[in-house]
Design a protein around this ligand. Sequence first.
Ligand code: ASC
Length: 154
Amino acid sequence: MKLKHLAAAGLALGIAAGALAQNRPEDEIRYRQSVMNVVARAFGPMIAMAQGKIPYNQGIVVKNSGLLEDLIGLPWASFGPGTDKGAPTKAGKKIWSEPAKFKDAADKVQQAVADLDKTAKGGDEKAVKVAVGHLGKACKACHDDFRTKEFHRN
Ligand code: ASC
């Protein structure tokens, strides 16, 4: 076999191996926690604005709502089978025992983010604050049902 064929075969094998590779549970846990951490950082200032703790800032609202819209679809695929343990996590057992309910709660969060992003672009401060409240409620509802108070290792 010529060198360039060997290189091509090696590349093809590498791609196939990559496609088959499963992320380890600890990597999935770290990934979903990382996304949620950035999500919370983006949402925080909007909560503070809605609560009147900091002045309303349309630029931050648009930027951070866009960030949320980009990010909020990412963590859900990392709650797959076998990712209930492997690293300290607050993920509750019900995520895996009641997956339809978990999906419903996650869908509500994603819908509330989409609503906030759309409202943010409209620039109506009052409407934004209502949308922020809706998203906060959706976040909290999912956390109440599917997140434990403390980290656990199972
Ligand atoms: C956040 C965050 C949460 C939710 C929750 C909404 O930014 O870290 O857990 O929003 O406070 O009620």
